[in-house]
Ligand binder design. Sequence first.
Ligand SMILES: *Cc1c(COP(=O)(O)O)cnc(C)c1O
Length: 405
Amino acid sequence: MNQSSFSARPCWAEIDLRALEDNYRSLRGLVHELASAGAECVAVVKGDAYGHSLELCAPAAVRAGAAWLGVTSVEEAVAARELCPESRVLVMGGVFDGQGAAVVEHGITPSVWTLRQIEALEAALEGAARAAGAGPGAFAVHLEIDTGMSRQGAGLDELPEILARFTADSPLRVEAVMTHLYASDEADRVKSAAQLEKLEEALRVLHAANPAAAAKVEFLSAGASAALLGGDGAAIAEIAARWKLRPMLRTGLALYGVAPHVIPSGKGNAAVKLRPVMTWKTRVGCLREVPAGAEIGYNGTFTATEPMRLALVAAGYADGLDRRLGNRFSLLVRGERAPLVGRVSMDQAVIDVTEIAGVCEGDEVVILGAQDEEEVTAYDHADAEGTIPWEVFTRIAPRVARIAV
Ligand SMILES: *Cc1c(COP(=O)(O)O)cnc(C)c1O
């Protein structure tokens, strides 16, 4: 479809790349406060940069100084590698059968935690390393430890067998010992403390079982946005210092300008000024006046109790505008809140503009973001939809154009 020959349906997301760059620099500043020299802040750009567009955001993060990009899959890593040829690209979601060769070919750094993954990489490296003349330990992997989330990572009992694979002549080298903290948003830090204790136990096992491999480890990789903005970052840095490792934190949500809420109440945003990167917009299509008694939308779940002025907008649940928002959420037009009335349709929704003066066809409508003094945040959406901002962003459909501003 040649979209340059006509205007697109007006449902788009503006991506403020300067905000993203500033956010990255602020977060990296916080990471450097934890450990002056050598602390790393991975820019997490998985899930098409949390729905913000990998193509736009990965190069912006790199411009702001990110040396590392974090993605979920080898597919995402190959896309990131094409955009950012000089960056380190970390695959956090594992390498699947048949992907070893692509990992090697594109110089991707995978997290690994099973013998099967390690063997697949060894097999892929065998031919390639010989051809390239690369020596033992030339290929870096991040060894993930399950410290309590039971999602991915090696258990402490599995570690010795896995560590035995990192022999002196193995092409693989453990560059980072990695884990994922699953409750950094809980202010009491009980779960994180238990996880970090296990992580330290893994370091002890590593040093006892394979001191040569342990000596080559450079990073202790743990903690996402909530860890950095909450209390876990300092604890991670402390352990890293004890083991002469560089702390590596992996920030996603905060990079896009949304600080995870710490429960019950933590520092969150206070530690750093973040700016939301995305403003999701549509426009008023048609305006219509309806009399009292008119039913609005599928099944007439809203009935006008008085004459009303309605605006049709070009956004529906196929765009990611959650159907649960019908009759219980407002969008912004002319800097004021306009309630969604009736059900959200697949491609359209109706807002009540009766009380808002001067609304015209073609007016911009903000679905998520700020307009004048008003703002609809990702947390507003998440709370109304019974989910979290991460899901709000990643459910915005591909057909919503992402436009750099
Ligand atoms: C997504 C992800 C992150 C980033 O999490 P945020 O909460 O968005 O900062 C960090 N580490 C891993 C392993 C992840 O999967």
